[in-house]
Design a protein around this ligand. Sequence first.
Ligand code: IFM
Length: 464
Amino acid sequence: MDPTTPPAVIASLADLVSPPAGSAMRRRDFVFGAGTSSYQIEGAAHEDGRLESIWDRFSATPGKVLRGENGDVACDHYRRYGEDLDILKQLGVDAYRFSIAWPRVMDEAGKPNARGIDFYKRLLGALSDRGIRAFVTLYHWDLPQHLEDRGGWLNRETAYRFADYADLMSRELAGHGDVAAWTTHNEPWCSAYLGYGDGHHAPGLKSHRWAAQAMHHLLLGHGLALPALRANAPRALQGIVANVAPGYPDTDTPADRDAASLFETFQNRWVLDPLLKGEYPADMWRLWKGCEPLVLAGDMDIIKRPIDYLGLNFYSRAVLRSPSPDSIDWVRRPDVERTTMDWEVYPQGLQDLLEAFKRDYPNLPPLYITENGMSSDDAVVGVDVDDLQRQAYIKGHFAACSRAMDNGVDVRGYFIWSLLDNFEWAFGYERRFGLVHVDFETQQRTFKRSALAYAAFLRERAAG
Ligand code: IFM
């Protein structure tokens, strides 16, 4: 697609993904974007003074990541960021969501690493040159290993180190580019539960009690970071991003309904209640008996400090049954559409969840869908990647979001996960979430058809 592409071609391409006619998502002030994270795309794991992260250590541990892969090179974005930002420009997005690698920008003593910080200054400058706003995440899981060696998120001190890091980066990046929003944490549920509860993510620990304590310190770090972020970046929005999912009972029995509710406590309320209500949901300790974290006086007030927005990452739903009181079982429904992550495709869940949050949290801040997308087995044929399932997935989820907005939910933006195929954590490079295909041998980028359709929609919208 170039400026000579006939409008009729753009319109028919756009139609593959676009929100319904008349949707509030078509308004010019609704933010559309795409997202990535540092460890998943940057590579350059040993350059410019970058320290080891928990994901370097975890990936190097046999058996932790599929095929023993790691983020040493990933999409080589650290060197190729100019090309990647040109792709964003071609897509026509309003904003780019990316994260900063903490181990790149601070040394063990907490002193700034100028060479690492400079990368993000250049990145922001290059985004601004292309007229693209930045949504910057501070923590998308790559904790410096030296902090993990002192207990990581089990150590309360890490929350204070995180606030120092937030202060440093928001000061250093002030005046560079157009940072529209800061995000403290991406998906604290994953950091706490997958990292410390079931061991599928770095640092690979397995205890519900530890997961609960890690969650508390992650959320405390979030609250501690807010005053500095506000002082250093007064014009940017300040918030946090949670991965959320609705739970549906397998059968309409009280036991299964209870299981669905317990699932939503575990998946959503464990994170959102402390942030928006200043308390952990009591049901959480029905599911994880005796695992309450140590909470010091004043902590919950810090955690529930006001935020300007809440980011929600949505992918799928869960169907639950109750094997016995106070416990849950996931039911794998046959004959439903799934992605290569084995996640059910269920766009209606997004509408249901958004409307439930509006009902459950009277002080719900404006929302951004900060991640939504899917993995599929995408292959380049000639110059074409026909990711039919992704096009339908995006269109279905745009429509669900739009219905929720029609029903009064305040959603302000939508970011597709992900800009590029990348390192999908414990699944290595096998699961492809990108709008843009990456050949990891040659680093060749190829637009998938979903990317062309997204670009066509954004072009059509810009033309009014
Ligand atoms: O790739 C991840 C991302 O890092 C966090 N949210 C979910 C995505 C897909 O699993």
